[in-house]
Design a protein around this ligand. Structure first.
Ligand SMILES: Nc1nc2c(ncn2[C@@H]2O[C@H](COP(=O)(O)OP(=O)(O)O)[C@@H](O)[C@H]2O)c(=O)[nH]1
Ligand SMILES: [Mg+2]
Length: 352
């Protein structure tokens, strides 16, 4: 299966939300040319003898298809002020953020005001706008000649740091790189075990320290080991408790300070891992972590199973930080480089 197909399948909650919303918007005021049913569509219970519906139904028709048997290309309405406002609302509800939603809507309205448009016209225009915002930030994590290249991974608890490190380690290892992992979240024994599982699976050494011990000294030891063994990459996991920001900042600062004793340029990348299911909350997480650490790029996890994928557009628009990768599941292959066109199409529910 191509990654786009997987992305589109996994992002169905976000795309359904936008796609169905757009189709409803057009159907709402489709005008006299379309014989829209004015009465409620009765939901008929299937006769007792009817065969059970197939578990994997064919591609789901949108709202229009379900209501009137027409495709989202056929039904049109006038792009008027009411539509503009509804579109703004839809994009805000899809977590794109108010500023971004208003600007994107204004761009889509340009040249379309007063014209009849279909849901697919708007989907295509929206995908273009989203891709345009995302293009400048879609950049893979830069790989330097530096050995070891030190990658510090930060983010709040549960955002997906440990899982992302496991996926990155496996993928880099598979690409022929030698990788060392430092299990710097020493507060949770489970985080260490989780990394050991990934490490064993990928054949990557995982440096651990006893629960509750100092993550900075673990990072220092890991740095020593990675240098001695000539490793290409050192991935450092961290704890993400935000209850006490001062503590977290001190911890991250201390890790950075000690690894710089070994390499003044380290860490070479500081990845902020964000959980898409938190929606607009991700915006304040970026603001906080920009103050705590020298964030060089983002990884957005859990785009599968959330209708809040639009928040990535808000982040790209607001911060312009590189988006290196996205997570769409819990397996190794469920972390992929960020592709702006594929993401835009998947987000709005377009087939490319
Ligand atoms: N569905 C899904 N779950 C994810 C993804 N990334 C991480 N998770 C899950 O999110 C939970 C928290 O992840 P974890 O890596 O422990 O977060 P951490 O506290 O930041 O280290 C775990 O159950 C992971 O399996 C993703 O892309 N999709
Ligand atoms: Mg963790």
């Amino acid at each position: 299966m191509s990654f786009f197909k997987k992305l589109k399948d996994r992002m169905f909650r976000s795309s359904d939300k936008i796609s169905d919303g757009l189709e409803a918007l057009v159907a709402e005021d489709a005008g006299p040319e379309v014989a829209a049913p004015s009465v409620e569509v009765p939901v008929m219970p299937p006769p007792a003898s009817a065969p059970a519906p197939a578990p994997q139904a064919a591609p789901k028709p949108g709202i229009l298809g379900r209501l009137m048997g027409q495709s989202p290309d056929e039904v049109k309405r006038e792009f008027d002020d009411a539509m503009l406002e509804s579109l703004e609302e839809l994009l805000i509800e899809a977590d794109m953020g108010v500023d971004t939603a208003l600007r994107v809507t204004a761009n889509i309205a340009e040249g379309r005001m007063g014209k009849r448009v279909s849901a697919n016209d708007i989907k295509r225009a929206l995908a273009d706008e989203v891709a345009r915002i995302m293009e400048p930030v879609a950049r893979p994590m830069p790989i330097y000649a530096k050995r070891p290249q030190v990658v510090l991974v930060v983010g709040v608890n549960g955002s997906g740091k440990t899982t992302t490190i496991g996926k990155l380690a496996s993928q880099f290892k598979a690409a022929g790189k030698s990788v060392v992992i430092a299990a710097g979240d020493t507060f949770r024994a489970a985080a260490v075990e989780q990394l050991q599982v990934w490490g064993t699976r990928a054949g990557v050494p995982v440096l651990t320290a006893p629960e509750g011990s100092d993550p900075a000294s673990l990072a220092f030891d890991a740095m020593t080991k990675a240098q001695e063994s000539g490793a290409d990459l050192l991935l450092i996991d961290t704890a993400g408790r935000l209850q006490n920001r001062a503590d977290l900042m001190e911890e991250l600062t201390k890790i950075v300070r000690v690894i710089r004793k070994k390499d003044p340029e380290a860490p070479h990348n500081t990845l902020l891992v964000l959980d898409a299911t938190t929606g607009q909350n991700a915006v304040s997480q970026v603001e906080i972590f920009l103050k705590l650490a020298d964030v060089s790029g983002l990884v957005m996890t859990k785009l599968d199973g959330t209708a809040k994928g639009g928040v990535l557009v808000a982040l790209a628009d607001k911060f312009g930080l590189p988006i290196h990768a996205i997570g769409v599941g819990e397996q190794i292959d469920d972390l992929a480089p960020f592709d702006p066109q594929d993401f835009a199409a998947a987000l709005v529910g377009l087939d490319t």
